[in-house]
Write a protein that binds this ligand. Structure first.
Ligand SMILES: O=C(O)[C@@H](CO)OP(=O)(O)O
Length: 207
């Protein structure tokens, strides 16, 4: 039985990350730095000897572009790629397109932190992390996990919050613990799973 390997990677810096705007389901591309971060992620995974069998991404350009760059760097562009909205970023609702510093001035640091990092408080008109989890988890369980458990080396390129939702489940984090958990742009996190889908080991290539 080959290993059960799952790699999660957040997209590289996007144009709206650079401008400090709430992004959610808006669709900006990567910045030059984001392109470099994505290529570096590919280089790091190549250094670890990864040969992927399948890759998953969202339907947003920053994640798709990151995946393309990672696979090009690995020389593995021919593998099956599955794109699904279930992996899209958390919908930021009415905050989408607003500047994060302006929002703090308007609503206060604490309220903005609650909208950005709490588990179950949605931003106005948008999704909480719990709502995001409610769509990412079924997709993960039905589509991604079976590949990993079959021994297919699996890569997922997605977003800060859609991946935080999956990290919460994989690492069995509480709502308090997930509040403090950040995923760096372009930093792969490698999970080796047991047959029962629990995590046997984790390696964060950002560290
Ligand atoms: O704007 C967004 O969609 C996300 C990710 O960049 O922001 P946050 O850091 O608030 O989760």
């Amino acid at each position: 039985m080959s290993e059960r390997l799952l790699v999660l990677v957040r997209h590289g810096q996007s144009e709206w990350n650079l401008k400090n705007l709430f992004t959610g389901w808006k669709d900006p591309d990567l910045t030059d730095l984001g392109v470099t971060e994505a290529k570096n992620a590919g280089r790091k995974l190549k250094g670890q000897g990864f040969v992927f069998d399948v890759a998953f991404t969202s339907t947003l350009i920053r994640a798709e572009h990151t995946l393309d760059l990672v696979l090009k760097e690995l020389g593995q562009t021919g593998i099956p790629i599955r794109k699904d909205q279930a992996l899209n970023e958390r919908d930021y609702g009415d905050l989408s397109g607003l500047n994060k510093d302006e929002a703090r001035k308007k609503w206060g640091d604490e309220q903005v932190l609650i909208w950005r990092r709490s588990y179950d408080v949605p931003p106005p008109g948008g999704e909480s992390l719990k709502d995001t989890l409610a769509r990412t988890l079924p997709y993960f369980v039905q589509e991604i996990l079976p590949c990993v458990l079959r021994g297919e080396c699996t890569l997922v390129a997605a977003h800060g919050n859609s991946l935080r939702a999956l990290v919460m489940v994989l690492e069995k984090l509480s709502p308090e613990q997930i509040l403090a958990r950040e995923l760096a742009t372009g930093a792969p996190v490698i999970y080796r799973l047991n047959a029962d889908a629990t995590v046997a080991s984790k390696l964060d290539l950002a560290a």
